[in-house]
Design a protein around this ligand. Structure first.
Ligand SMILES: [Zn+2]
Ligand SMILES: [Zn+2]
Length: 181
């Protein structure tokens, strides 16, 4: 997925030790994907970020909050979620282009981001990651969602369908399996 860039220039505002900036606003994202799941966002991601120079680097912290709509894993109906995640980053100023290149090679998985010489950094991936990280393993329209009938496919939230099959919802996750055996 192509994220719209959210460029922020750290310099000169955050050039000196202990200098700090607060950023608030809405990142205009309309859809999001995690694995095979798709979510839509009506109001983007609200962010509240703090950037602080800790000496040679800028610490990024804060929160991101979004309302998302996805598909219920049980009944395939619309499921609404409100997600709040923590934004975290460690933005290191490159002292030279060679340093930046080395840092990228040696620490491909390190938890810091090398900032280019002009001091601008794209904050979009940090805000996006904060929300994606907090998405639940199971998406439900309601914790008590009864799901679909495994025989006729009827939405059991609307009432019993008349089939004799046991419901797959609730505390009998292997009910369907048992039937097959
Ligand atoms: Zn449901
Ligand atoms: Zn049925």
């Amino acid at each position: 997925m192509q994220l719209t860039a959210f460029e922020y220039k750290l310099l000169p505002t955050l050039a000196s030790l202990a200098s700090s900036v607060t950023l608030e606003g809405t990142y205009p994202l309309t859809s999001l994907k995690k694995g095979a799941r798709n979510f839509s966002l009506d109001k983007g991601i609200n962010y509240h970020l703090q950037l602080t120079n800790t000496g040679g680097a800028v610490l990024l912290s804060g929160t991101a909050c979004a309302s998302l709509r996805g598909e219920c894993d049980r009944c395939l109906g619309s499921a609404e979620l409100t997600i709040t995640g923590e934004v975290q980053g460690y933005l290191v100023f490159a002292t030279s282009q060679q340093d930046a290149a080395n840092a990228r090679l040696d620490d491909a998985e390190a938890e810091f981001t090398v900032v280019d010489k002009d001091g601008s950094v794209n904050l979009a991936p940090f805000i996006y990651a904060a929300i994606v990280y907090e998405l639940p393993q199971m998406v439900l329209c309601d914790p008590a969602c009864a799901g679909l009938c495994p025989v006729c496919g009827a939405d059991l939230n609307l009432g019993p369908c008349g089939c004799s099959a046991p419901s797959v919802a609730g505390d009998h996750p292997f009910a369907v399996l048992k039937q097959l055996l």
